[in-house]
Ligand binder design. Structure first.
Ligand code: DAT
Ligand code: MG
Length: 145
C-alpha cells in the first residue's frame, strides 16, 4: 500500500441534479483526504485537452460538449491506494454494469452522463491534477503539524 493522489471530478450532470453533497459525503466516509477542491467550468478547449486520449472516439464531441455544459467540482483525493479506491467507489464506466452502492450506480443517468470522473493511472493523475491545481493548492494533510 502506498499514499496516492488522484483527480476526481463531479461532472455537470451530478452538479445540476444536486448530488454534490452526497458525493462529497461518500468521499469523506470512504475515507479520502480532500487535498484540494474547487468549483469550476471547463470551456470547449479545456474539455478537449482533458479528454485528449479519446479524440478519435465516436463519442468525443458529445463528451466535450457535455463536460463543458455546466459547473463541475474538481478534487484531489489522497490516501492509501487512492487511485484504485476512488475508481471502485465510482463504479464501472457504464452505470448499468456498476456495482450496487457505487456513485455511478446511484447517480448516472446514461453511459455518457455518469456523474463522476477518476484518473486511470498515477501518471495521468499527475497530468490531470496539474490541469486544475497548482502544487501550492494541494494539501495532503488535514491537520497541520
Ligand atoms: P472512465 O470515465 O470510466 O475512465 P473512459 O475514460 O473510457 O471512462 O471514458 C471517458 C468518458 O467518456 C466516460 O466516463 C463516459 C464517456 N464514454 C465512454 N465510453 C462511451 C461510449 N461508448 N459512449 C458514450 N460515452 C462514452
Ligand atoms: Mg477514463
Amino acid at each position: 500500500m502506498a499514499y496516492e493522489e488522484t483527480l476526481a471530478l463531479i461532472k455537470p450532470d451530478a452538479v445540476k441534479a444536486g448530488h454534490t453533497g452526497k458525493i462529497i459525503e461518500a468521499v469523506i466516509a470512504a475515507p479520502f483526504t480532500i487535498c484540494a477542491i474547487k468549483k469550476t467550468m471547463l470551456n470547449r478547449a479545456m474539455a478537449e485537452r482533458f479528454y485528449a486520449v479519446h479524440r478519435e472516439k465516436p463519442f468525443f464531441d458529445d463528451l466535450v460538449q457535455f463536460m463543458s455544459s455546466g459547473p463541475i467540482y474538481a478534487m484531489v483525493l489522497g490516501g492509501e491506494s487512492a487511485l484504485l479506491r476512488w475508481r471502485e467507489l465510482m463504479g464501472a464506466t457504464n452505470f448499468e454494469e456498476a456495482a450496487e452502492g457505487t456513485l455511478r450506480k446511484r447517480f448516472a443517468t446514461s453511459l455518457g452522463r455518469n456523474a463522476v470522473h477518476g484518473s486511470d493511472s498515477l501518471e495521468n493523475a499527475c497530468t490531470e491534477i496539474a490541469i486544475f491545481f497548482s502544487r501550492q493548492e494541494v494539501l495532503p494533510c488535514d491537520i497541520p503539524s
